[in-house]
Design a protein around this ligand. Structure first.
Ligand code: ADP
Ligand code: TYD
Length: 208
């Protein structure tokens, strides 16, 4: 099945500004008459959101990394089948807050061979890369302060602390070098509007 739409994922550490930028980009694309949907992972579909609650709430050690990989992948499969692929088939632009790259980082970096497990499962049951991935790069000391100020129940991963986020930041930069065909890294230290301008022009160029 080849879709007609365009699939963009946003990645980066917690509080890097993904959802803020996704909303701005959606407004911009709509002003150009594109049909846009905003979605997120884990979640996006009814079943995916149920799995999200299992994953993001509770104690830091609630699940092992292996169990998390299975749960995130299950949520992703449901999301892909029910939301992402149908929207792409209808010619929509899908803006997704996190996708497989997050699992490669957050779970894949937690132990030896875990990245292989993520990639293997991804190939077997997801097998679908975004057309474009935007990684918002930012110092975790700044982004964690932003994330913590939100005060939600979903803090399980934020509770892993600044050290893990530091590792993730480096991991995301390395990932961009691995997938140069689809990943663009942008500077998250800029003001909301400046960064939005940069992302909008980058996406506009890709779409034309
Ligand atoms: P994410 O979706 O990556 O977790 P958010 O977009 O929710 O990040 O942003 C986290 C917090 O930081 C929010 O309170 C948001 O208003 C704020 N924020 C986002 N981008 C910026 C920015 N460029 N400068 C300052 N604050 C920002
Ligand atoms: P998100 O709601 O994007 O958090 P934030 O707004 O703080 O960036 O994602 C929720 C958390 O889930 C985030 O801490 C990263 C984590 N996560 C994984 O560990 N693996 C995954 O595959 C995904 C999609 C998210």
């Amino acid at each position: 099945m080849r879709e007609k739409g365009y699939f963009i994922s946003f990645e980066g550490i917690d509080g890097s500004g993904k959802s803020t930028q996704i909303k701005k980009l959606a407004r911009f694309l709509e002003s150009l008459d594109f049909d846009v949907i905003i979605t997120r992972e884990p979640g996006g579909s009814v079943g995916g959101e149920e799995i999200r609650n299992l994953l993001l709430q509770g104690q830091v050690d609630r699940w092992s990394a292996e169990t998390e990989i299975l749960l995130f992948t299950a949520a992703r499969r449901d999301h892909l089948e029910r939301i992402i692929l149908p929207a792409l088939d209808e010619g929509k632009i899908v803006l997704c807050d996190r996708f497989t790259d997050s699992t490669r980082m957050y779970q894949g970096m937690r132990g030896p061979n875990l990245r292989n497990l993520v990639d293997m499962l991804n190939e077997k049951v997801i097998n679908h890369d975004p057309d474009l991935t935007i990684i918002i790069d930012i110092d975790p000391k700044i982004s964690l302060k932003r994330a913590k100020s939100r005060k939600t129940a979903e803090e399980r991963f934020e509770d892993f602390g600044v050290e893990l986020q530091m590792k993730m930041r480096k991991g995301f930069i390395k990932l961009a070098k691995e997938f140069t065909n689809r990943i663009e890294v942008v500077n998250g230290h800029q003001s909301v509007d400046k960064l939005a301008q940069h992302i909008c022009s980058l996406v506009k160029a890709k779409l034309s």
